[in-house]
Design a protein. Sequence first.
Length: 51
Amino acid sequence: MEAPPPCPHRRTRLVARDDDAEYRECLDCGEIVERAESNETAPFDESLSDA
């Protein structure tokens, strides 16, 4: 029996943010993902003009 492929965490929402990182919840699998702000950029632009 094969394990399912890992979730790519494409659909996320911001849960918390501090000085060094932001924490996002994957809307597909529910996992909390930590993203270091200094090393990675968001895959999409989250500006209020898009709301």
